[in-house]
Ligand binder design. Sequence first.
Ligand code: PRX
Length: 635
Amino acid sequence: MSNYHIKQFEEYFQVYRKSVRNPEQFWEEIAEEHFTWKKRWSNVLSYDFKKAEFKWFEDAKLNITENCIDRHLHTRGDKTALLFEPNNPNDEAEHITYKQLHERVCKFANVLKDKGIKKGDVVCIYLPMIPELAISVLACARIGAIHSVIFAGFSSTAVSSRVNDCNAKMVITSDGSYRGSKTIDLKGIVDEALNDTPGIESVLVVNRINSGVYMKEDRDVWIQPLLDDASAVCNAEIMDAEDPLFILYTSGSTGKPKGMVHTIGGYMVYTAYTFKNVFQYREDDIYWCTADIGWITGHSYIVYGPLANGATSVMFEGVPSYPDYGRFWDIVEKHKISQFYTAPTAIRALAKQGAEFVEKYDLSSLKVLGSVGEPINEEAWHWYDENVGKKKSPIVDTWWQTETGGIMITPIPFSTPTKPTYATLPFIGVQPALMDESGKELKGNQVEGRLCIKFPWPSMARTIWGNHQRYKDTYFSAYDNMYFTGDGALRDEVGYYRITGRVDDVIIVSGHNLGTAPIEDAINEHPAVSESAIVGFPHDVKGNALYGYVTLKDVGESRNHDNLRMEINQLITDRIGPIAKLDKIQFTEALPKTRSGKIMRRILRKIAANEVDQLGDTSTLLNPEVVQSIIDNVK
Ligand code: PRX
């Protein structure tokens, strides 16, 4: 039996039991046998839930890029590491071998060094899904700089707040990006963002669309000439296992986005190990995750997890609808994809277009299908299973979070019997618990509660950049001695988990986490707006869509409400990005509030979901009459 590669259901249980009976010994074995370390750890794990301090492989030394690149050079030097599929299907795909990746990462790393970037410095990366995105991430890791990737759909305000929050010294961007039939002026967004970011010393610009952008003197440089001149030798910086590898921002229910910090050793071990097992990756497989590297899924399962296993990982620049809705399947056929990992929102959008787009293509190379980012509804699950997997490729519904670093609850394909809408069983080493609101653990099966994790796992985020107190308060204060996920879940009669959704004010729209507070802040900037409240409501493609209740300063506001709606959505686009735009905006005289002045979102959610018969008791509100007026207004 191999603990590293689990192939049978029985084996899963055996390895799982081992992993929870003696976690330190278990992870030590995995770490020792499958990775390259410069120096061994003095201690596998130390932790303190009260202080929210966790250390894995303490004192060990390594460089993650040696594990992801160098150690494959002898055995897999000519194997494709990254397979780049451009936006335009008529442009040729690019196969970057491990040897070439090594050279390109080393050159890039030398350019970073020449520009003054040192170990511990933070570099923000704002790039489309082009090879330079993965390469710059790895180049940072090579020299011990901390990368902070910002999804290239975020607005300039969102970019500048992240750049300032993490004190970045450099931004790496491109002149623009292709997105279906459109081009996007990324450099313009960065220029605007950097008006008020005193820490930024330089901006490296990749030429992607040949758009001849403005280059600020003494700050902006085109990267290609520097790469051409750079040496292809760059020794990997020796890092501590607990040094930060990256910062990645995620929305919170209140306040500004949280810069989740992941450290090197544990993250590497866990993402590699989950990748191998959850996708049952074998040497000649071609693996494709459709996520963007701007999100955690791309960090862990396009870059680090696959490369640590010497895999071939596909990077796709485009969108599923361009040039038509068959694009995903065209790519699956063209590159003979073995594992395909995507989000339910994409599946729903494609299912809506009918099966003819899928049927045109040969999908027989597919072995495993994955789903991530939000609950997958039953209809989408079956569509995926029947039309894409032809009922022979198991679907792995993988539950996890930016904070968890790697997949936490998931079937193991060909082992765990799947069940639609269920993420099924905890991955090796993961100890979930369901808690009730009073802080009691719900034991046994057929229970529903708040999902927590009772024991540390190697890839957990270690802190929030610059705000450890917030990390402690958000994740470790709701329940003693456990990590609180913010999600609700149920455990069925056989012990399978089904994630029921967020229990806080984070709303997942098309698989993207959106906090209500920053959206409300953006709306409230509008001069005519007095107050606002955002809730989610069910949407057949996005999973959830956003519903905004807005009160105006001047009740008799004479301006056209449709224009106001457009202005509000423009503000949201400017402050956060188009992903946070509202689907519905209802103007109302007041918002329902408790006697202590808190907005009763529960009621607003019911109204938005058209479940007004389930409002419950509203008589304790400060202003119960408002509820009826909102309902009448909807009609
Ligand atoms: O609510 C859960 C949902 O996505 C949240 C995490 O979002 P993010 O940090 O952006 O990471 C997404 C990619 C890992 C979770 O708290 N979520 C993620 N996967 C699933 C899910 N909900 C249900 N089923 C899933 N498979």
